[in-house]
Ligand binder design. Structure first.
Ligand SMILES: [Zn+2]
Length: 162
């Protein structure tokens, strides 16, 4: 047998495994999507072994699919928004939270976004100049009119009741 042989026995059933692109059905919350994934596929029981690049790509495809089902931004959209905002992955994590490697994880598809982070990014994508407000000092000026100017409730009803 040559080293280049693109077959190996299946660890599950002993059947023949081929190294090929194969249809793979992703399932999440009763929804499914079919993608093609390169890996070792068993011709007998359907077992798959993924390693390296294809495994990473598969994870990313699954996160993207999951994000679409959940209605949050997927890895590709996060990368696009962050780039448009002119932030490095590190800077984005610093400013927006999620831990020092958060954006690396979001964009590689190893971690899903929270709904809150997704909302925040969508707002910033719409109005990128607001990002500058986040980079500045953390002070918030509340207009005077919005501060407590409320009069105590008048006891009018009490006098009317008598
Ligand atoms: Zn098998």
């Amino acid at each position: 047998m040559s080293k280049e042989a693109k077959t190996q026995p299946c660890p599950e059933c002993g059947g023949l495994m081929r190294h090929e692109k194969h249809e793979d059905v992703l399932v999440y919350k009763e929804q499914s999507r079919t993608i093609k994934t390169l890996g070792w596929w068993c011709t007998k029981c359907g077992e798959a072994i993924l390693t390296g690049e294809p495994l990473v790509a598969h994870e990313k495809a699954f996160q993207q699919f999951k994000a679409e089902v959940d209605g949050v931004l997927g890895p590709a959209e996060v990368a696009k928004i962050r780039t448009a905002l002119g932030l490095s992955q590190r800077k984005a994590s610093e400013l927006l939270g999620g831990g020092p490697r958060a954006f690396q994880k979001y964009e590689s598809g190893t971690q899903a976004l929270s709904v809150a982070m997704s909302h925040l990014l969508r707002l910033l994508a719409k109005d990128p100049k607001r990002l500058r407000e986040l980079s500045g000092p953390a002070t918030v000026k509340v207009p005077r009119a919005h501060q407590s100017q409320k009069k105590p409730p008048e006891p009018a009803s009490a006098s009317r009741a008598t």
